[in-house]
Design a protein around this ligand. Structure first.
Ligand code: GAL
Length: 703
């Protein structure tokens, strides 16, 4: 009896210890974390949840905030109800929850091609070539969203992130949907109302950053400034680009350039595709000596004609490339197209590749690169079981590979005090200040414009490049939109097309290309606003102040800067609707009133892409199309009837001296005199600062 009593006492003790241990373990597994928001700049708050990983999107990109610029923005209060943000670390993962209000719209979350509004969507943000579905697999899986209520949320993790944007319905929801009877209730819905954004980060901690407004554009601008501000391309980068067929040699290339002169067509950048190299897929990063016996001579000849040279590369290095003799220890366990995969997270890799590019390519005048295939595509890319010598996990490498390539490239040109402008297929947060534009092979004109709109929410740039077309109409429509995008480019790598490929629209294509050139002063100022103030140069309508939140998804019209509204037409369309933001809007070409606070229908004909200017819109343009290189005469266009002012930016157009103060903003203003007549003035050039403006004339477009 004594023994059995003692025995059961022991059992009891054991049981209670087990329960206690289990309880403690459960507690340890599921940690409801109290969030400590640290205000790091005006309208920017950061919180560390659990144990954030050292490798995050911003540390990998190596960028820091432009705090002064952020602090000069309007004051902003913490934009969300703090007690409604819930975070938890459980099972080695971080769970995040943010509130949503009725009518609130969510934008961003990667470079989507079909949708602008993301509420109601489920995404896994994963670096990938776009495959026709907006499911989070994207060239730019940027974990940032911005709300129509004027705030932004950035989840600074370099992992694949799952996100339920207003789809999950919780038992403890503040606004739970009603359970309805599907048998009888016509209001039954398969997607009942959800009042939150939920996020799962596969790491035991994460850094969160919240950006205040008050406007949606302010929140985006703060996000951009937080990553170092937008990029400022050299002026020549904003001209017209042409990429030649893969296997062109130097003679063919020069003939192509001759064609531009013959057809009186502008050209500022010529792009060489894989065939400039002795081998590609995998690459050598060495010139093919048969096709290009004298690359330096060729680049100089082009330079004398005012043409810059851009070279295609992809990351995968041929086993017999010279560079492999030192690079091998810094490559991954797996290959791509039998080429070695450099570990760009290592210093040695950057030094070896950097020195090679510098010595062999930058030194002879190459002005930039198109960095292809760093977005990956599961069927040819290295898998996530790949080991990298740095120990950086393969998923993090996949999410940030393009960012690391941009970082090295940016650094190389900066070291020479030369600005570059290039192309990249994969990017992520942190790369906003790197001067690269995303492109791809998807080629749906309509979806290309949706992507252009979406790029503005997430701090990236996108070009709806032109390649080929089935008809003259499609050709012209594509050319018209690409000329209102970050890179006006014809990519003829596969089709050998030329701007004049469709003679029946050659005149119209030349007109829009020349217009692009003349708009460089305006475009360059838009980019300066991106760099100095974080405001995206090409923007969604949802970023326009006062634009109604109640309008349906807008996927086919957008803004260039504050003053120009672009409303493209697509093949087969004879007319379209344009939703005008508040106020009066004027036709760019005629200056006539187009509408006021309304949705208009336009029937523009083939010759022009519809462009509208806001009331009081000032558009500085160059008189000729040679602005990229020279001092230029300026024609200042003014539209509407309101008094207005505008700041025109200028600097040397090609170096980083502007970062040391070598730039100026010139004030342009339009006022009414005593008899009510509009008069325009431009402030004098600032002494000691770059001054490229020659003669100034005015065009008051609205009579
Ligand atoms: C593709 C790229 C094209 C072209 C081609 C060359 O991946 O998107 O623009 O550069 O490679 O092989």
């Amino acid at each position: 009896m004594y023994f059995s009593m003692k025995y059961s006492k022991n059992i009891l003790l054991c049981l209670s210890i087990t329960i206690l241990v289990q309880w403690i373990t459960l507690e340890a597994k599921s940690q409801k974390v109290k969030i400590h928001w640290e205000k790091i700049a005006n309208g920017v708050w950061k919180a560390e949840i659990g144990k954030p990983e050292a490798n995050n999107l911003l540390t990998i990109a190596g960028v820091g905030p432009k705090t002064l610029a952020i602090n000069s923005m309007p004051l902003a209060k913490f934009p969300l109800a703090e007690n409604e943000i819930k975070v938890e670390v459980y099972d080695g993962k971080t769970y995040l929850r943010f509130p949503l209000e009725q009518q609130e719209k969510i934008f961003g979350l990667g470079l989507n091609f079909k949708t602008v509004e993301q509420r109601g969507r489920i995404l896994r943000l994963h670096e990938d070539h776009y495959d026709g579905v907006d499911n989070g697999r994207s060239h730019a899986p940027i974990p940032f969203y911005v709300s129509s209520k004027g705030y932004g949320v950035f989840i600074n993790s370099a992992r694949y992130i799952d996100i339920w944007v207003g789809t999950g319905v919780r038992v403890d929801s503040k606004n739970p949907p009603e359970a309805r009877d599907r048998n009888t209730d016509p209001k039954w819905s398969a997607s009942p109302y959800s009042d939150n954004v939920e996020v799962l980060v596969p790491a035991a901690g994460v850094e969160l950053i919240v950006f205040g407004g008050p406007s949606t554009l302010d929140a985006v601008s703060r996000f951009n400034l937080y990553q170092g501000g937008g990029s400022l391309p050299p002026k020549w980068g904003l001209g017209f680009w042409h990429r030649t067929p893969t296997l062109f040699n130097d003679t063919q290339l020069l003939n192509e350039v001759e064609g531009f002169t013959k057809h009186q067509f502008p050209l500022t950048v010529i792009g060489l595709e894989p065939g400039w190299q002795s081998k590609s897929y995998p690459c050598t990063y060495e010139w093919d000596s048969k096709r290009f016996p004298d690359p330096k001579g060729l680049i100089n000849t082009l330079k004398d004609k005012g043409i810059y040279t851009n070279l295609w590369i992809n990351p995968y290095i041929a086993p017999d490339a010279k560079i492999m003799s030192t690079l091998k220890p810094y490559t991954a366990s797996h290959t791509v197209w039998a080429g070695y995969v450099p570990d760009y997270s290592m210093k040695q890799t950057n030094t070896i590749i950097g020195n090679h590019l510098k010595k062999n390519l930058l030194a002879i005048g190459v002005s930039g690169f198109k960095m292809d295939e760093n977005d990956g595509f599961d069927f040819w890319l290295w898998p996530d079981v790949t080991k990298f010598p740095s120990g950086t996990p393969a998923d993090i490498m996949r999410q940030t590979y393009g960012v690391m390539m941009q970082k090295l490239n940016t650094k190389l040109y900066r070291a020479e005090n030369k600005r570059t402008y290039g192309l990249v297929r994969g990017t992520n947060a942190g790369a906003t200040s790197f001067p690269f534009v995303i492109y791809n092979d998807y080629y749906s004109h309509r979806d290309f414009i949706t992507a252009l709109i979406n790029s503005s929410f997430i701090g990236t740039l996108w070009t709806p490049e032109v390649r080929s077309s089935g008809s003259a109409e499609d050709w012209l429509r594509r050319m018209q939109t690409v000329c209102f995008s970050p890179i006006a480019m014809l990519n003829a790598w596969a089709d050998g097309t030329k701007p004049w490929t469709f003679p029946e629209v050659e005149k119209e294509v030349a007109e829009v290309a020349n217009l692009r050139m003349q708009l460089i002063p305006y475009l360059y100022t838009c980019f300066a606003e991106y760099s100095f103030y974080g405001r995206p140069p090409f923007r969604a309508m949802n970023l326009v102040d006062g634009f109604s939140v109640n309008t349906k998804e807008i996927k086919d019209q957008y803004m260039v800067g504050d003053n120009l509204l672009i409303a493209p037409l697509f093949t087969g369309e004879k007319s379209r609707k344009v939703i005008l933001p508040t106020g009066k809007w004027y036709d760019f070409y005629t200056g006539k009133l187009a509408g006021e606070d309304e949705v208009i229908t336009v029937t523009p004909g083939l010759a022009n892409i519809p462009v509208f200017v806001r009331d009081g819109g000032i558009v500085p343009m160059a008189v000729t199309n040679t602005v990229a290189e020279e001092k230029y005469d300026l024609v200042i266009r003014y539209y509407g009837e309101k008094e207005a002012s505008y700041q025109l930016y200028d600097d040397d157009g090609k170096t980083f001296d502007y970062e040391k103060g070598a730039y100026c903003w010139r004030n342009i203003s339009v006022k009414r005199d005593q008899v009510g007549k509009l008069n325009g003035t431009i402030s004098a050039a600032v002494k000691g600062k770059p001054d490229n403006v020659g003669k100034v004339t005015w065009e008051f477009k609205t009579n």
